[in-house]
Design a binder for this molecule. Structure first.
Ligand code: CO
Length: 222
């Protein structure tokens, strides 16, 4: 790892590069932020959301936690969502999971790491909910991949079920929720085609997900 001093030197270089083409970049940024996107992703160090999708500082509001979970009692995540939707008026929320997620794997393996196990209980709930899908996959990597995908679907639904998104849709505010999945080994994101832009679309996603619980493979990322 680089020394702390080297990090600060790298930061100066980064700031210089950004202002070389646009000298007022940071000055302008200091006045306001106007992001159109909210990112809800995993804390995994191998993912660098803003730069990996070609965005600059100021273009995306970000919330990350272990295994990109959206729980309705998590004041941290809910506060980020409320501020992003009601104050910043973001138009898109991307819930991004990733294959080989350590949090999902720990839940699947029933591994013990301490306090974080309580957080990962939510993934074990998803695992039990889709037991029939998962038990048909004999390969442990395939099971992990599938649970990572199911986790994204469940979190997209969870975002849509918050009072924050429901109220926004009710007052006619445009907010679209998307589910993406990242493969660290490729550096590539895929859209899982489970976007919801309204209550009707959320209902249809819920219906499609829960009625196909035995054969949810149709929801595979493309
Ligand atoms: Co992860």
């Amino acid at each position: 790892m680089k020394k702390i001093e080297e990090l600060l030197a790298a930061n100066r270089q980064w700031a210089e590069e950004l202002t070389a083409d646009d000298p007022q970049f940071f000055e302008r940024l200091s006045e306001a932020q106007n992001p159109e996107l909210l990112w809800i992703g995993c804390s995994d160090s191998r993912i660098s959301p803003t730069s990996s999708i070609g965005l600059l500082p100021g273009e995306m509001f970000v919330h990350r936690n272990v295994a990109n979970l959206v729980n309705h009692s998590d004041m941290n995540c809910l506060s980020v969502m409320q501020f992003a939707i009601e104050v910043l008026k973001v138009r898109h929320i991307i819930v991004c999971g990733h294959y080989n997620c350590g949090g999902v794997k720990a839940a699947l393996d029933d591994a013990r790491f301490g306090l974080v196990d309580n957080w990962l209980r939510h993934i074990q709930d998803i695992m039990h909910k889709y037991e029939t899908v998962l038990k048909h996959l004999s390969d442990s990597d395939a099971r992990l991949d599938k649970l990572c995908e199911l986790n994204v679907i469940e979190q997209v639904i969870s975002v849509g079920e918050t009072t924050i998104v429901q109220d926004a849709w009710e007052r006619g505010q445009e907010v679209a929720i998307h589910g993406w999945i990242y493969r660290i080994a490729e550096g590539i994101y895929r859209d899982m085609n489970i976007s919801a832009r309204s209550l009707a679309e959320l209902d249809s996603l819920r219906e499609k997900t829960y009625s196909n619980r035995g054969s949810i493979g149709t929801l595979h990322a493309n």
